[in-house]
Structures are given as structure tokens and as C-alpha cells.
Write a protein that binds this ligand. Structure first.
Ligand code: PMV
Length: 325
């Protein structure tokens, strides 16, 4: 009972920011992302009769503590679904996501783990069922089941049965690019889980955020279908700014930005003023991801590399969904 799967991370253009149910990982809003080919995780899972507990390595190192509990807790859910309560697994995971890039390796990590583990234990799941189960490992991972553009539908049922991602357009639909600008000070002081919780519970701006999402989602889907880069980028950038504004309205207030984050944001806006269409988006950390078109790759990369404090710039194309090796 062994299976190996590969999944890519994704960047949210409409952010998931808040849970309505923490244990089930049910979001307060629907979100939309682009899966990226540059960053992946490959995971093999083997369930064996003679194991007394799970054994997990990431990049050849055995993990323990909170990271182990998260993986093992997620495998419990898969065991329960398969009716195999006492079957433990050997898990080997290789991350091709530079951790410093500030991309949640949890998105590709849990998508690859979910695909490999459900297959290895003998479950035959549709993409939708796989996406739903993946959600309980990591929220953003639910979208990485699909290549290209995917939407995580928040759903409304208390048991989460209607909260999963659906494909919007494949990776071949539109060749837009993403540059990840890696900044020198990448210390993350508030985890996405804690940041979301604090914002949902205390932010004076949270209702405003929620109230603007339906329109953002509808408009960006239209823009993606039309391959309208200006419109897609504009909505993504504004949505990112609104999400980050909620953290400033929280109690106590916090921000993921550093002076370098702001420097990259301003450089991107200056590029636009010079006639190069480029837009930024930022997750729960200081690094910035820049959306651009292939024909502007050279200029965009050079401009970003020249920013003081930019340690690296990693370029990515749209990536494919989960696959079995
Ligand atoms: O699923 P998590 O805990 O990695 O949270 C992801 C939150 C954001 O990256 C900020 C937004 C998103 O939709 O990916």
C-alpha cells in the first residue's frame, strides 16, 4: 500500500483570510488562486501493518512536535475515512519550495500528502473529494489539487461537505507569470492561523473585507476568462491590500510588512507608471509576489533584483494540479 504524489503550491489572488470553524478549517470567504510550477512537494506514503505509529521525514529529516502532530492528525482523518484505524504510515516528503520564498509549503505539502495517503490506503476519490479532505490539512492546500486557476468555495454546511475547491481555468488557459521577491528579513511573527483568528475576532475592518469579496471574485473570474491582465492584476492587488488592512484594524494591531515589503510594492507601482503592467500580492509574511506577462520578464526581473534588500527573485509559470508518480 504505497503511493507517491506531487503537488505545487499556489498564490491566492483573492485571499482566504479567516475561519468560521477552526477544527474543520471552514473559511469565512471563498478564495481564488493560481497554482505555480516553480514550487512543489513530492510525497510518498506507505501504510504498513507492523508500524506502531507514523514516521515522517521532510527533506530527509525526521519531524516531531507540532509539525508531526499536524501530519499524523491529518493521517488519522484518512485512516478514519478508510476504516483502517490502526494502520500507520511511513511518509517521505521532499519540498522543492525554498522556505525563504515565503510560499506556504503547507499548500503543496498537504495536497501531495492527501493525494498519496488516500491512494495508498485504497480510497478512490474524485478531485472534489480529494480537495475536501485536503482542506482539513491546510486551507490553502485545498486549491492545489488543481492546476491553473482554482476557486475554494467556502460552502455553507456546518459539516464542511460543500467546502472544497473547483477548477476555474487550466494552466494552459493563460501564460501569466509570478516573481517571488525574497527579502532579507523573512521572520514571520504572527502565523497565518493566529493572524486570521485575531483579525476575525477583533478587526474593526473585518466586515468591510467580507463585504467586498463577492464582487472581487466575480470580477476577477471574468477577467481571467477574458485574459484581461490589467483587470486581473488590479483586483488581485486591491484584494491583497484590503486583507492586509484588516490586520491594522485588529487588537492588538499587527502587520506582515517590513520597510522592504513596502519598497517592493512601490517599485511595482513605479513600473506601472512607466508602462510595464505588473501587480503585487502578499501573503502572511513580508515577501512580495509580482504578477507580470512573459514579454516583460527580463525588465521585471532586473527591476526587482535591483531593489535593496531583495535577496532573490524566483520566477514561476502556471503549474499543474496534483499528479501521481
Ligand atoms: O492555509 P494557510 O494557513 O496557509 O493560510 C493561507 C493564508 C493566505 O496565504 C494569507 C491567503 C491564501 O488564501 O492563501
Amino acid at each position: 500500500m504505497k503511493a507517491t504524489a506531487k503537488a505545487h503550491t499556489n498564490i491566492a489572488l483573492i485571499k482566504y483570510w479567516g475561519k468560521r470553524n477552526e477544527p474543520l478549517i471552514l473559511p469565512t470567504n471563498s478564495s481564488l488562486s493560481l497554482t505555480l510550477d516553480g514550487f512543489s512537494t513530492t510525497t510518498s506514503v506507505e501504510f504498513r501493518e507492523n508500524l506502531a505509529n507514523d514516521h515522517v521525514t521532510i527533506n530527509d529529516e525526521t519531524i516531531s512536535g507540532e509539525s508531526y502532530r499536524r501530519v499524523s492528525g491529518f493521517l488519522d482523518l484518512i485512516r478514519q475515512t478508510a476504516g483502517e484505524k490502526h494502520l500507520y504510515a511511513d511518509v517521505h516528503s521532499i519540498n522543492d519550495v525554498p522556505t525563504a520564498a515565503g510560499f506556504a509549503s503547507s499548500a503543496s505539502g498537504f495536497a501531495a500528502l492527501a493525494a498519496a495517503a488516500t491512494k495508498a490506503i485504497g480510497l478512490q476519490l474524485s478531485d472534489q473529494e480529494l480537495s475536501r479532505i485536503t482542506r482539513q490539512g491546510s486551507g490553502s492546500a485545498t486549491r492545489s489539487i488543481y492546476g491553473g486557476f482554482a476557486q475554494w468555495q467556502m460552502g455553507g454546511r456546518p459539516d464542511g461537505s460543500d467546502s472544497y475547491a473547483v477548477p476555474i481555468a487550466s494552466q494552459d488557459h493563460w501564460d501569466i507569470r509570478v516573481a517571488a521577491v525574497v527579502l532579507s528579513d523573512t521572520r514571520k511573527n504572527v502565523s497565518s492561523r493566529d493572524g486570521m483568528r485575531r483579525t476575525v475576532e477583533t478587526s474593526a475592518f473585518y466586515d468591510g473585507w467580507l463585504g467586498s469579496l463577492a464582487d472581487d471574485l466575480e470580477q476577477i473570474k471574468e477577467a481571467i476568462m477574458d485574459r484581461d491582465f490589467e483587470k486581473t492584476g488590479k483586483i488581485a492587488e486591491a484584494n491583497c491590500l484590503k486583507m492586509h488592512a484588516t490586520t491594522l484594524g485588529a487588537n492588538p494591531p499587527f502587520t506582515y510588512w517590513t520597510d522592504k515589503t513596502v519598497a517592493v510594492m512601490q517599485t511595482v507601482q513605479a513600473m506601472r507608471a512607466e508602462g510595464i503592467p505588473a501587480f503585487f500580492t502578499i501573503d502572511a509574511g513580508p515577501n512580495v509576489k509580482v504578477l507580470y506577462l512573459p514579454e516583460n520578464e527580463k525588465t521585471v526581473e532586473k527591476t526587482l533584483r535591483d531593489i535593496p534588500g531583495a535577496e532573490d527573485v524566483i520566477l514561476s509559470k502556471p503549474g499543474r494540479g496534483v499528479s501521481f508518480l
